[in-house]
Design a protein. Structure first.
Length: 303
């Protein structure tokens, strides 16, 4: 796969993820947030399981099967995935698809920030102004809606922290264990099992409710999780990390577009300003380091 093909695949991933916010909102009519998340990831793991099994057999032939530490890492990814997906799903109950899409994308500037705090990876200077800009955009976006929607916005903001942690650690584990499909399937299963276990104690699960939400669950599980999440892992093996982050941030734009087209979401001037500021910060935090590296390369050539 060429770099251009990988970038196009990532754009398709962003499109699917953006559209999935509509399915996540519609699915709440029949099931609770944890039930929706659990069933969704069961379906996603079923899609990738045959490929993961094939990858497992190849690792066995190469005598490079995962160690117990690898399984612990995959389990940790599943927990982060659960927290990100469940918090996001709870938030979608009381916020709009547009808000959820933009606020989830806060994970993009959070990734370098948390990597610096947790792992000592030095963050580029652009992280600080863009992080403040995202907070300002979040305030504008939340303030543009009614007071009752603020709680949902906060849940989605909290989910972005876990999405950021997931992005940080999935890269480290994938680098050590060269089995992206196995990692994907493993984390899907952990997320699904923990979600359904939690739902059994906190929510009422009925067959009638599942049937009512069947189509949204199927789309969010089979397409968003099973295909798009897995495609992301595959594509990022061939795409530059900065390119991937910029392209995937288009998820926010697609979420707003689908919210407008399918659910009648509307934003006033204040809300549009908040969305615009968040999107500009998301892109800037990726472009600024590339621009600095380009200038340094030109300076070295001139010497």
């Amino acid at each position: 796969m060429s770099r251009a093909q990988a970038n196009l695949l990532l754009l398709a991933v962003a499109l699917v993820w953006g559209s999935a916010f509509v399915a996540q909102a519609e699915g709440m009519a029949g099931v609770g947030p944890l039930s929706f998340t659990g069933i969704r990831f069961v379906l996603g793991s079923a899609v990738v399981a045959p490929l993961a099994w094939r990858e497992w057999r190849l690792l066995a032939v190469q005598r490079a099967q995962p160690t117990p530490a690898d399984f612990v890492g995959i389990g940790g990814l599943g927990v982060l995935l659960l927290l990100g997906a469940a918090f996001q799903q709870i938030g979608i109950v009381s916020t709009t698809v547009t808000n959820a899409g933009f606020l989830t994308a806060l994970y993009v500037p959070l990734v370098p920030l948390l990597a610096w705090l947790l792992l000592g990876s030095r963050a580029h200077w652009s992280v600080w102004p863009t992080s403040l800009g995202c907070l300002a955009g979040t305030w504008l976006l939340s303030g543009a809606q009614g007071l009752e929607l603020v709680v949902g916005d906060l849940w989605v903001i909290a989910s972005s922290v876990f999405w950021a942690l997931h992005v940080i650690f999935v890269g480290r584990i994938a680098e050590r264990l060269r089995a992206p499909l196995l990692i994907a399937c493993g984390q899907f299963l952990v997320c699904a099992l923990l979600s359904l276990l939690s739902a059994a104690f906190t929510e009422t699960i009925t067959l009638a409710g599942i049937r009512q939400a069947a189509l949204p669950i199927a789309y969010a599980g089979l397409v968003s999780v099973g295909i798009a999440y897995t495609a992301q892992v595959v594509a990022q093996r061939y795409a530059q990390a900065a390119d991937a982050a910029i392209i995937l941030s288009a998820e926010t734009v697609f979420a707003a577009l689908f919210g407008f087209l399918l659910m009648g979401d509307r934003l006033n001037t204040q809300g549009i300003a908040g969305c615009t500021l968040i999107l500009l910060c998301i892109v800037a935090v990726q472009i600024a380091p590339l621009a600095a590296a380009g200038k340094q390369a030109l300076a070295r050539r001139a010497q």
